[in-house]
Write a protein that binds this ligand. Structure first.
Ligand code: MG
Length: 458
């Protein structure tokens, strides 16, 4: 069976030349443009949308197709070219656009591409808006205009400088530059290489960049997880670098390799960034329910606390706005600082971690040791909606003593760990994320879920 086109809150993802064609992309652009025209209360003569892409070879063609769709409903388009996802969020607000589009399949393999939508505030549409756009797409309900009303396409070359200046504004460049850090950067031939090299040069770092050309021909599997970053780890070690940074193709995720060449895990990107922010400011943090407790530990030491939101960048960003959070993000290496933008941003993470190292005069491995750590495991198994509900109900009984949060599936908090069960939005699976003080403790919780799964699924 051909793989289905996935349409979720954050946009659309499919296989290029398979289910994701130019005509699908154009229709999606028309649907998004129609939605923006209807929902924009401000009566401007013409609305505009900023559009950028990661480096995938199919990106240019899909960008043109979406732009064509937007123009056909009378929306002006500003083409940003190959840029990071957070850069699009920054530029659309800078340019006063009604929305933004990023052509990216994020960390997914090269055969995929996607169309990510952002509203005028720089955040993905909330679920009711996403549902509306989806409906317009399937019904082909487009508010097409005649030739005199068509949108125009222009371009902007200001993205990198605008984004870098926003990041520089939240740190002290001089303190970092004085350290002359040696940094190895692996941008997996995505959109992050060029802009991140410029940022690191501004920060006075000696940079050794690998896979920095934005060819979209990924030098290794693009998700910035341990098994894909062996090359980076090796170079950090042989070059005697202070730190290694890895990005995913659209550079919203950041993974870190310490000075010994050890991959420390994406969960630390947010915890380390938070450690720096809390050393300077007073306020709350926000993250999703599947993220490590390390950020709670960091916040607690600072006399603060963490707001937990449903999984999804837009949910975390919205919690950050509501609670006026000074830092936030997701455990998959996504760091958000609202002063730069409400989108996960690897450049923000890089700047904050280097600032922490510079100010404390500690190595990255020493800082990691200070935060401590837990054993964490992530898994998933197939279950339809009704089976998922039965599993949730049984789990609630089995973990009756735990503190329960049902914002997004079931999250059970124990004294020595937590377990999060959530149904995927895009496929019939339950994700199971567990974190505990050690592996045997985590196994006890997982084994309970596996027993329930056997009882329900047979
Ligand atoms: Mg990404």
């Amino acid at each position: 069976m051909a793989e289905q086109l996935i349409i979720s809150v954050s946009g659309m993802r499919g296989i290029v030349g398979g289910n994701l064609t130019d005509s699908v992309a154009t229709d999606y652009g028309r649907a998004f443009g129609t939605f923006l025209k209807e929902s924009c209360t401000e009566k401007k003569s013409k609305l505009s949308v900023s559009i950028g892409r990661d480096s995938r070879p199919s990106g240019k063609q899909l960008l043109s197709a979406v732009a064509e769709g937007l123009c056909s409903v009378g929306i002006d388009v500003i083409d940003l070219g190959i840029v990071t996802t957070p850069s699009v969020g920054i530029m659309l607000r800078e340019l006063g656009c009604a929305g933004g589009v990023v052509i990216t399949a994020s960390h997914n393999p090269g055969q995929y591409n996607g169309i990510k939508l952002l509203l005028g505030n720089g955040v993905a549409p909330p679920s009711d808006a996403a549902k509306q756009i989806r409906q317009y797409f399937f019904d082909k309900n487009f508010d097409l205009v005649d030739s005199s009303g068509c949108g125009k396409i222009t371009s902007s070359e200001q993205t990198d400088i605008t984004h870098i200046n926003k990041v520089l504004a939240i740190i002290d460049k001089g303190t970092i530059a004085a350290k002359k850090f040696k940094v190895i950067l692996d941008s997996v031939n995505g959109a992050g290489g060029q802009i991140t090299k410029k940022l690191l040069a501004e920060l006075g770092c000696e940079v050794f960049a690998i896979n920095d050309e934005p060819t979209g021909l990924f030098a290794h599997a693009p998700e910035p997880i341990s098994e894909n970053l062996k090359g980076l780890c090796e170079i950090v070690k042989t070059e005697g670098a202070d730190i290694g940074f890895a990005q995913d193709p659209d550079a919203d995720r950041l993974a870190i390799v310490d000075e010994n060449g050890s991959y420390i895990g994406e969960e630390y990107s947010l915890a380390l960034s938070a450690k720096y922010i809390f050393s300077k400011k007073t306020g709350k943090a926000a993250t999703n329910l599947s993220t490590s407790r390390m950020i709670d530990d960091v916040a607690e030491k600072a006399g603060s606390r963490v707001i937990r939101a449903a999984v999804g960048e837009a949910n975390v960003a919205s919690a950050m706005f509501v609670h006026d959070c000074i830092i936030g993000g997701e455990g998959n290496g996504g760091v958000i600082d609202l002063r730069v933008g409400p989108i996960r941003d690897s450049l923000v993470g890089i700047a904050l971690v280097l600032q922490l190292m510079a100010e404390t005069e500690k190595t990255i491995s020493q800082l990691v040791d200070e935060i401590g750590g837990y054993y964490m495991s992530k898994d998933k198994f197939t279950a339809d909606t009704s089976q998922a509900q039965q599993i949730f109900n049984s789990a609630k009984k089995a973990f009756a003593d735990a503190k329960l949060d049902t914002t997004d599936g079931c999250r059970f908090d124990f004294d020595d760990g937590w377990l999060h069960l959530r149904a995927s939005n895009t496929e019939p699976v339950i994700r199971i994320i567990v974190e505990a003080k050690d592996q045997p403790t985590a196994k006890i919780y997982v084994d309970t879920v596996l027993r329930i799964r056997r009882e329900v699924l047979g």
